[in-house]
Write a protein that binds this ligand. Structure first.
Ligand code: CTP
Ligand code: CA
Length: 227
């Protein structure tokens, strides 16, 4: 007998998830990136699939991958590639969770040959990337549910609530780097959820898989309200 899940509350729903870092090339040997491992977003993709959703995962460069073989993974490198993939998949998505650590700036020009060392000082000119989540929020349909992350080191609640409002989100997951065992590369995380109705849920430190389940439960609750 096969394992048939008893409950699939998100059956028939399409979910789009982003995870991992983006990598912005400077020249053929150098890049700008960040410490994201992708573990939190990958765990969310798995948890959404376990709840019955059909999941597409837009994943930046990382050695981690979803455990659930039904998750369709789209590998990207840069913020621009992540943007294009998200835009293409957004119209048919019912649930979108943006857990990726997207570069805010990229080198203005990518040099095609290795930059040689020269002066004592050197300046890299950067330009802003598209804010993917903000673009999706501005174009959100009535039945679409949008979840963002807020990665902060200070003024956490204020900044998280600002992102919830400014990016037109239904739920924001505050990830405070102040907390022990939280954030980049850990197998655990400690987050606080803020939803569009003003509900605040502080979760204790737990595995990223358990945090992902709690986030998916919050999504299912908000989905019921939509109806
Ligand atoms: N995000 C995005 N596209 C970007 C930057 C961020 O989609 N170019 C998303 C992230 O995936 C996350 C949310 O926006 O879900 C918040 O990211 P964060 O870096 O915390 O906030 P920013 O809006 O980029 O603001 P700042 O870095 O200045 O705090
Ligand atoms: Ca940012």
């Amino acid at each position: 007998q096969t394992n048939i899940p008893l409950q699939q509350p998100l059956k028939g729903k399409l979910a789009l998830v982003t995870a991992g870092p983006t990598v912005e090339p400077i020249d053929p040997v150098r890049f700008i990136s960040n410490h994201s491992s992708g573990k939190m977003g990958i765990a969310i993709a798995d948890a959404l699939a376990a709840a019955g959703a059909t999941v597409k995962l837009v994943l930046g460069p990382t050695r981690y991958a979803p455990a659930d073989p039904s998750v369709e993974t789209i590998h990207i490198t840069t913020a621009a590639e992540m943007f294009n993939s998200c835009i293409a998949n957004y119209p048919m998505s019912d649930i979108v969770v943006m857990a990726a650590a997207v570069a805010d700036y990229r080198p203005k020009t990518v040099v095609d040959k290795k930059i040689k060392k020269g002066n004592e000082d050197m300046t890299l000119e950067l330009e802003k990337t598209h804010d993917i989540l903000r673009t999706l929020g501005n174009n959100k349909g009535q039945d679409q549910l949008l979840v963002g992350f807020s990665l902060e080191t200070n003024n956490e609640k204020e900044y998280a609530l600002k992102k919830l409002k400014d990016k037109n989100l239904d739920l924001v997951v505050l990830n405070s780097l102040k907390d022990e065992g939280a954030g980049f590369n850990h197998d655990t995380n400690k987050v606080t959820l803020f939803d569009r109705d003003g509900k605040e849920t502080a979760l204790p430190l737990k595995s990223k898989q358990e945090v992902a389940k709690d986030i998916v439960s919050a999504i299912i609750e908000l989905q019921h309200e939509n109806k």
